[in-house]
Design a protein around this ligand. Structure first.
Ligand code: MG
Length: 381
């Protein structure tokens, strides 16, 4: 159990739930960081009274400084502010920012010996080898917040060396079974409406395309030190089982709970203890059938692409993730179609030369170029 945290991405879905969990658990919040929502960040600063707060968008920083001018809080901005929020006086950092912007702050927090409550999957997708090596060298604990990885983490506690295979479950999203022709006209409003989980816009679109499962596939490889062949994706539409592990003797352990992100958030904060939570309990007398399917990789090309990038390694996962961020942003803004997301991301990966053992600088450069290229409204070579 930790006693103080910094929350990066505090105005997003996971960030807001992290603050609620911290308040409930009596954990002090020493820093907050957000992208640009001055109104909500001000409200949060007034409520939790952190010593430090950062806003990523420099244009919003002046407004925030005026808004909280009466309070004793230091305000930072830009990447520098975000990195500072990751290293303030605290035991753990919740990395709930969306996208690869979370990479450097996470590495800073690891270098400062903080526990990472990891909610930013792009960090491991882009630079998993570098991040896990840094954590091992520093002895920094990385406790996953993503529900699937939290489930795997919980199933593996005390039995890492008995692992045979990870069974990564996914609901299949709102368009499970749809063909490319059927998804062509999908609107942002349809794509952000997930049947089981209530999440932010970017991750909801990723769940619809199943890029989210692909990102989680790569995240799991790094987090648990396994190869792509050690991970099997299982479609489980009810989202009751959050993932499973198969042990060497064939025993399968699963973690089940209601689909509420509050639970894995709380567990990352209370680990290695457990405390009472306010969430609904599973009722096995009323539960509908739990069903399982093989993913249809023809109908989920983003998942197939991610599994391919996982095998390629190098900068391929970073390029894929950055291009996906750019393409999803364009889709949410109504500037490209739903199927264009996959087309752009696949083309961005295809035009990037392979690079073995990239440095952090190589990864960030490939990320920036992929983001620029995939973020153009009209693609020019
Ligand atoms: Mg997940």
């Amino acid at each position: 159990m930790i006693h103080s945290i910094s929350v990066l991405g505090s105005t997003g879905s996971i960030g807001r739930q992290s603050l609620a969990a911290a308040e409930r658990l009596g954990i002090r919040v020493t820093a907050l960081a957000a992208r640009r929502d001055v109104g909500l960040l001000e409200e949060q600063i007034r409520r939790v009274r952190p010593a430090y707060a950062a806003i990523y968008d420099p244009k919003a920083a002046a407004a925030l400084r005026i808004a909280v001018g009466d309070l004793d809080v230091e305000i930072g901005e830009g990447m520098e502010g975000l990195r500072r929020a990751a290293t303030v006086d605290c035991e753990a950092v919740v990395t709930a920012v969306s996208g690869s912007v979370g990479l450097r702050p996470t590495l800073d927090a690891i270098a400062a010996g903080k526990r990472i409550c990891l909610a930013n999957k792009e960090t491991l997708v882009c630079a998993g080898t570098i991040v896990m090596k840094a954590a091992a060298e520093k002895g920094a604990q990385i406790v996953p917040v993503d529900s699937e990885h939290s489930a795997i983490f919980q199933c593996l506690e005390g039995r890492r060396e008995q692992l045979h295979k990870i069974l990564l479950t996914g609901s299949g999203g709102p368009f499970r079974g749809w063909t490319r022709a059927e998804t062509a006209a999908v609107t942002p409003e349809q794509a952000v409406r997930h049947p089981n989980w209530n999440m932010g816009a970017k991750i909801s679109v990723d769940s619809a395309t199943m890029m989210n499962k692909g990102l989680e596939f790569i995240e799991a490889m790094h987090l648990f030190g396994v190869t792509p062949d050690d991970i099997q994706v299982v479609i489980h539409p009810q989202s009751v089982i959050h993932s499973m592990v198969e042990l060497v003797d064939g025993t399968v352990l699963a973690q089940l709970a209601v689909p509420d992100m509050g639970l894995p958030i709380q567990y990352a904060m209370t680990w290695s203890e457990r405390t009472v939570s306010p969430y609904e309990r599973l009722d096995f007398w009323r539960m509908r059938d739990l069903t399982f399917e093989e993913p249809d990789l023809e109908k989920t090309p983003c998942l197939a692409l991610a599994m391919d990038c996982a095998r390629r390694g190098g900068v391929a996962p970073a390029v894929m993730s950055a291009a996906n961020e750019a393409a999803v942003a364009l889709f949410l803004a109504g500037r490209i179609g739903y199927n264009d997301i996959y087309d752009r991301v696949a083309a961005a990966v295809a035009r990037t030369p392979a690079a073995a053992d990239p440095t952090l600088e190589d990864i960030l450069a490939a990320d920036a170029e992929a983001r620029r290229w995939a973020g153009q409204t009209i693609i020019s070579p």
